[in-house]
Design a protein around this ligand. Structure first.
Ligand code: GCU
Length: 513
């Protein structure tokens, strides 16, 4: 009898699966390619005619193959690509020539060789506010919205992409408010809780269930009749904490909202995932072509779609939305700001190679690190610059048509804040703070051409010295500050917020009660 039931359930399950497939039409679609990261990497090497890549250096300074940290060897090709000369040698002397000729040339090179292009046929995103919760963060009343962006997958139903994000807006200031979008984990800051009366009901039901499960607990609960297993949290605990308020608390206190967006819900942070996520969905589960987008560009695309949502939310001033990230998400934040002009400001934290640091620098993380372990962040074409043997010989970072000073220049004239910490506290030398400073200095001429201030020194990136730790260069629209903390941008928020307020011309106004 039991067997019969099992058999019946099995057939019911199978026919349900079939029905599902018929409904979605999934049966008509070839399955996505399943590669390991290693196989995907190989596949791209084959597409490019690369036999071998130079291995990336070790981050461990005691290892024999450790990265270079000798400043005298760090600039093998010190001449950076010209920033204000077009490919046919025309000097860029006006904003018009920059916008119409030079900037598009730089965009094209970055898209083709470095980060990859956005496909033309990316599916639409359908946004839905799943949960709206009224909460307190410290003393600040906020509304927190859990929002999901479902990407239309009717063209390839075997891959689902649901962008996951959390928008938190202060309700004690007059809106609409600016918002800082942050690559990170979306969570409710302090979920609203049931009243004490409802807690009592929940505790009663919970005790009943526990007693049913383990009848021996009845005597325990009777021995401690006032004890309740579930407690309300103290919503004001934040105020009792010692030390500096967190970045998001600082934003709310300054009258900013924030949005956290989960990069992994857009595109996985590994090579095996390239036939899944938004990249895989657009490619219908097939591997990338050499100029297809990598994960950084995909994350940046997701951020731009999130900005589409913000443009529809009346609580938000969508002309004052910033982008922030640290480390690999610092790279993603820079790529977002560079390619999406609707982002008004950026806080680029400890981004290193593939972010603010010059590709041409040989100090810490190398081009070979990004053609090896980090290859899926980049376009496939980027692998060429790590090639040791290939149909086109060997290439290095010195052969790149562009460098990171030009990526920074794509952000101009929008406020761009470059943040680092110090190696002693864990913001490793690997990130090459100095190479990042050089790029920031070298990006200056474009900010000035477009009528705003750069760091305020000459643009001689080989001569200018990094300022001392904790002394920010915050007078310009391009700003730099190396704090004395670790691999985080949190210590720079207290400088970033007033700087951004000034440049975006925002001052919070208390809400009328
Ligand atoms: C590694 C990697 C960096 C990256 C960092 C991170 O250090 O080499 O490129 O920024 O991880 O994201 O944590």
């Amino acid at each position: 009898m039991n067997r019969l039931i099992l058999l019946f359930l099995f057939f019911a399950y199978v026919s349900d699966l079939k029905a599902q497939e018929l409904k979605t039409g999934a049966a008509n679609f070839p399955s996505p390619v399943t590669f390991t990261t290693e196989q995907d990497h190989r596949n791209m090497m084959q597409q490019l005619g690369i036999q071998s890549l130079r291995p990336g250096p070790s981050g461990d300074e005691t290892a024999p193959n450790h990265a270079n940290y000798d400043e005298t060897l760090a600039n093998p090709c010190p001449q950076l690509p010209e920033i204000l000369t077009t490919k046919n040698g025309e000097k860029v002397t006006t904003p018009e020539i920059w916008w119409n000729k030079r900037r598009p040339e730089i965009v094209e090179d970055f898209e083709r060789e470095v980060y990859g292009r956005l496909p033309k046929n990316i599916q639409a995103v359908n946004w839905k506010v799943e949960i709206t919760d009224y909460e307190f963060v410290g003393w600040t009343p906020v509304v927190a919205k859990k929002i999901t962006g479902q990407v239309d997958n009717s063209s390839y139903p075997l891959i689902d992409v649901n962008i996951d994000m959390m928008l938190v807006i202060p309700l004690n200031v007059k809106g609409p408010v600016p918002v800082l979008m942050m690559f990170g984990r979306p969570t409710f800051p302090s979920p609203a809780q049931p009243s004490q009366e409802n807690m009592d009901k929940i505790n009663k039901a919970f005790k009943d269930v526990l007693i049913k499960e383990s009848p021996g607990l009845k005597a325990v609960f009777e021995q401690y009749p006032a004890y309740n297993p579930l407690k309300r949290d103290n919503p004001f605990a934040v105020n009792q904490r010692q030390g500096e308020p967190s970045p998001t608390e600082q934003l709310l206190a300054a009258g900013w909202g924030y949005l956290t967006i989960d990069p992994g819900s857009i595109q996985a942070d590994n090579g095996a995932g390239l036939t899944r996520g938004i990249i895989g969905l657009v490619n219908k589960g097939q591997p990338r072509k050499p100029d297809d987008w990598g994960a950084l560009r995909a994350w940046a695309w997701g951020a731009a779609r999130a900005l589409d949502y913000l443009e529809t939310d009346t609580l938000v001033d969508a002309r004052k939305v910033g982008i922030e990230g640290v480390s690999r998400y610092g790279k993603a934040a820079l790529v977002t700001l560079a390619f999406e002009p609707r982002f008004a400001v950026g806080l680029i934290g400890s981004s290193g190679k593939g972010g603010v640091t010059l590709h041409r620098r040989v100090f810490g993380e190398a081009v070979e690190s990004l053609t090896g372990g980090g290859y899926y962040w980049m376009a496939g074409n980027y692998l060429k610059y790590g090639a040791a043997e290939s149909s086109f010989g060997s290439k290095s970072g010195c052969d790149l048509p562009v460098d990171s000073h030009q990526l920074l220049a794509l952000c101009a004239p929008r406020p761009t804040f470059i943040s680092y910490g110090i190696p002693e506290k864990g913001d490793a030398k690997w990130l090459d703070q100095k190479g990042s400073y050089m790029a920031t200095i070298a990006a200056g001429p474009v900010f000035k051409l477009l009528g705003v201030k750069d760091l305020g020194f000459s643009n001689d990136y080989l001569k200018e010295e990094m300022p001392p730790v904790n002394s920010g260069l915050l007078e310009g629209t391009l700003a730099w500050r190396q704090h004395d903390g670790g691999h985080t941008d949190a210590p720079n928020f207290q400088y970033f917020i007033p700087w951004a307020n000034k440049l975006l011309n925002y001052e919070k106004v208390p809400a009328r009660r």
